[in-house]
Design a protein around this ligand. Structure first.
Ligand SMILES: [Mg+2]
Length: 264
């Protein structure tokens, strides 16, 4: 039987762990309710740039998973934070992405613009056009910074796929010759942010996700132990890194692995 070390907190991916698209994963609903009940601290990290933390919180709570928006770290919020590191307040920024990304940038005191911009920030934009590509190309050839929310090129949808933010970033990169600064997993930024919000120990805070090349890689990069749960995307090619624990469902984690004061 697998020996589990003490787990003091969890940082979890969303899609493929808590739900698949709009369908809750019932075992995850039960387990997150139990974690909430025993006072286990947890936070969520997602590469999905099309919803705000508040919108994800509403979705999770409606599914029965208690979720505080302050503990939901989205790639749009962290990408907008990165802009604040790079630019002066009231700089002009071109946003290629969903309304959640536009709002995240506007909330940080930048002016949203289509030309003469200091940075281009791009995520999943389901109304991406040749015209937007042309404007981004001009901005980047003019020396603007280039931030990308996440590198995912293919998103699971139904039985197939749709193009992800990474596909749009590749198009802009090809047109401009400029490589974006990528924020989402497998980069460690979201996980590091979640860890600082939780304030728990790196050694006993576990990164939980369904995808090895994004979630588990980001956990490794942030120096956290990792758990892969097989309720979402299963990668076909053997990945080059392995999770510390590999489970079929969250209910496979023994209840005595959690170091909280409350009795179960
Ligand atoms: Mg996932």
């Amino acid at each position: 039987m697998t020996h589990w070390p003490k787990i003091s907190a969890i940082i979890s991916d969303l899609d493929g762990v808590t739900y698949r698209g709009d369908e809750p994963i019932e075992s995850a609903v039960r387990v997150f309710q139990r974690w909430n009940h025993i006072g286990l601290p947890y936070a969520f990290v997602t590469n999905n740039s099309t919803k705000s933390a508040e919108e994800f919180s509403v979705k999770l709570n409606a599914m029965g998973i208690p979720a505080d928006p302050a503990r939901i770290i989205t790639t749009s919020a962290v990408a907008a934070d990165r802009l604040s590191d790079l630019l002066e307040p009231r700089s002009r920024v071109m946003v290629i992405g969903a309304q959640a990304l536009v709002r995240a940038v506007a909330n940080r005191d930048f002016e949203i613009a289509d030309e003469d911009v200091d940075a281009v920030i791009a995520g999943l934009d389901r109304s991406f056009t040749y015209e937007k590509l042309t404007r981004a190309q001009a901005a980047l050839l003019g020396g603007a910074h280039f931030i990308g929310t996440n590198p995912d090129t293919m998103l699971p949808k139904g039985g197939g796929f749709e193009p992800g933010a990474g596909s749009i970033l590749k198009a802009i990169e090809a047109a401009s010759g400029v490589t974006p600064i990528i924020i989402g997993k497998p980069e460690p930024d979201l996980v590091t942010m979640a860890l600082s919000i939780l304030g728990t120990d790196r050694q006993s805070t576990f990164m939980l996700g369904d995808q090895i090349m994004t979630d588990i890689a980001a956990g490794h990069a942030a120096g956290l132990p990792t758990i892969r749960v097989r309720t979402g995307v299963i990668e076909k090619d053997p990945p080059s890194i392995s999770p510390d624990f590999d489970i079929e469902s969250l209910e496979c984690i023994p209840v005595d692995a959690f170091s909280t004061s409350k009795a179960l």
